[in-house]
Design a protein around this ligand. Sequence first.
Ligand code: ATP
Ligand code: MG
Length: 400
Amino acid sequence: MKIQVPEAAGKIIEQLNIHGFEAYVVGGCVRDSLLLRTPEDWDITTSAKPEQVKEIFSRTVDTGIQHGTVTVLMDGGAYEVTTYRIDGEYEDGRHPKSVEFTGNLIEDLKRRDFTINAMAYSDRDGLVDAFDGRRDLDKKIIRCVGNAKDRFTEDALRILRAIRFSAQLGFDMEEETRKAIAVIAPNMEKVSRERIQVELTKLLLSDHPEQMAAVYENGIAPYISEHFLAAGERMGETGTIKLLPAEKHMRWSGFLRSEGPEEAVLILRDLKLDNETISQVKTLVTLWKQEMPADKPVIRKVMSGLSPKLFQDLLCFQKIFCPKSYQETLIKVEQYAEEIIENGDCIRLKDMAVTGRDLIGAGRKPGPGIGKVLETLFEEVLKNPECNNREYLMNLAERL
Ligand code: ATP
Ligand code: MG
């Protein structure tokens, strides 16, 4: 059994070996390689202490030195190299109170969350699989390393990770693991909302975003936030979310599509989503329910308020979630929108043939009044793009 380790990661392992240390790629990259999926990043685990890693490699960054992690820069890539460690008790359900370095790989694998994430590999030693991760990959199950209740008690985020991995990989939960989730769910309260959000976002972007339902079914939602819990009651059918492209704002909008815009914003703020995503979701959950007529002035108006991409996203959203009765109109709307772009119709205030400066040049007093006049001219242009010429608009402005 051979895993194709990237050349740079191979070099790092080789250098560590030359200096008398053990080193392996470990965790997600081994799991994904065995599943023939492309790993996101290649993590390395080693018997060398952080200081020793830093002595061996010329370019390193202290990314998490207190937890034993040094990032090694090699051939244009960045690789996290972490010293074998045994985690102490978890202080806040997230950070181990203490970490203890060890020279024993198996001890390091034992601290990892699931059997499928607890495998290491090197060309020299092949696969190190002390907890039957490979068997569980074949059986397509998520199983905790060791006692599930204990492992979830140490770090409740693992509960959500279990659901997220089952959504990403299409795996089932092993029985012990599933039972422990129900019991330990209240501990989720201790986990930071940023970390929760990262897992929920990964879940929504996975092949099985409908598994969001599992977060509610397993009784985890009450410990995430009040707003998030309430969303579960209004949540529409989750099976259709996967029809949306796997983009953060699209999948969150799909999940929150039955929410009002204010509620959606509250939920996402609780979860510390970035402002850009929050704003996009707010727009989509507001607009998707509003069916547009096949009427160019109205379409231009809608387009004028959105980036070209978000307008396309809105059409995509409406195709999936709006009733059949609207779909024929929607095809026309799409066609009209294409024509509007092809014709180069003015749909942005900044593309209008007249600017505020022109109005001031013609004798208008600077101030808020100018903005109002421009708005009125713009309304006119949206109705009829032929109006977008300087002479006509200046004339019109004089009469305003
Ligand atoms: P992804 O593809 O999402 O990056 P991953 O398995 O690489 O998945 P990471 O969060 O990058 O997940 O973590 C890397 C490895 O560290 C995991 O494979 C697992 O072995 C270990 N790990 C991460 N988080 C935890 C945790 N909360 N408890 C125990 N082990 C963990
Ligand atoms: Mg990873």
